[in-house]
Design a protein around this ligand. Sequence first.
Ligand SMILES: [Zn+2]
Length: 393
Amino acid sequence: MTSSRDDFSRRTKSDLALRASYQCSLCKASTVGPSDEASNAVTMIGVAAHIAAAASGPGARRYDHSMTPEQRGSIDNGIWLCASCSVLIDRDEVRYSTQNLHELKLSHEASRRLQGQGEVGRDDIIAIGPSLIALGAVLRFGPDGCRFRISHFLEGNIRELWALSVDFSKWPDEDRYVLSNELGYGGLLSQPPAIERTESGHEVTVQIQVATDRRNALATKTMCRETGRMLGGMEAMESLFGNVLGMAHGTWFADLQSGSFISDYHERYAGSDWLSRLIMMDIIRLSFVPRNSRAANKKVVPLDWVNRVNSVSTPTFELTEQYLSIHVDAELEGVGNWSGVLPVFICTPEQLQEGRDRAQKNAISISPTVDHGIVEALPVDKKTADRLKLPGR
Ligand SMILES: [Zn+2]
């Protein structure tokens, strides 16, 4: 019998329930308990609900035509809810958008993570290129490479990782990188990642190129935005650090690939512990991954004075006049250990959209034929936008 609904498999349903600890991701009610019908009977009121509807038609919520049946039936499209919340999310598509439900699921699963049981406690975030973000742990780090165990993908999937290892040479140079929060470090890969399937998931071995051309943190110079005064030393470093983090990706017409994703992350993850972890990942990217700067006509590493990121935290999610306070602890070239609070500008979603639209328009109108680089960069930028589910794209 065939069905036009892309339902979840039993395995997927059970995985969703386990990952949520059998608690509703929305109201946190327990969804399983004893039944009086028999001494071994169990009452279950939990539902593996579809984020994007399993089938199109009247009443289908958040149905996405662009998804394949496989994607609709995959665990990434599911969320564990109690019976009444599963009805609720299908009554109000505005309040319970696809993006909101994904966030709800992530933060609920994060809150159910087991603590104090060795390595299960707090998984590392590992990024392999811009579209693969996974949870896992560093198993080994040495001159012969770095070995990670990947337990779960936040973005992308294992097939895309296999594809990367096979098609490594087809990936843009700038995208062949790995970032690890646990190491506080990252860099370009010198060869394709080697993947091995194990009982506990997948293990990936990578060779990270050593970062070159570090700049002494005390040698940075910049102008104070308020007074126009030239700053030097630590004052300049802190000011530049905050400015690099506060420039949103894709909003500078002369270099559409520059900038940080912190405003996007703030919009999606404020209120959850994912925010500081993703900001840390982005700081590592900006510290270690060289990018061909079309404006400077050379490879640049925006935070090339950072040798290791030790920790990142955001004690409050509240903004002060659109600035978020980000606490950073890092090892800096020429300075050693440093920790400080960086005020980082956060764009609203409307400002982001406007800034990106304007930058793309200006990039094209200024050099319609000469700079193919910028025009070619557009699909990549759109992909990034899609990945981050930016509004109106
Ligand atoms: Zn509920």
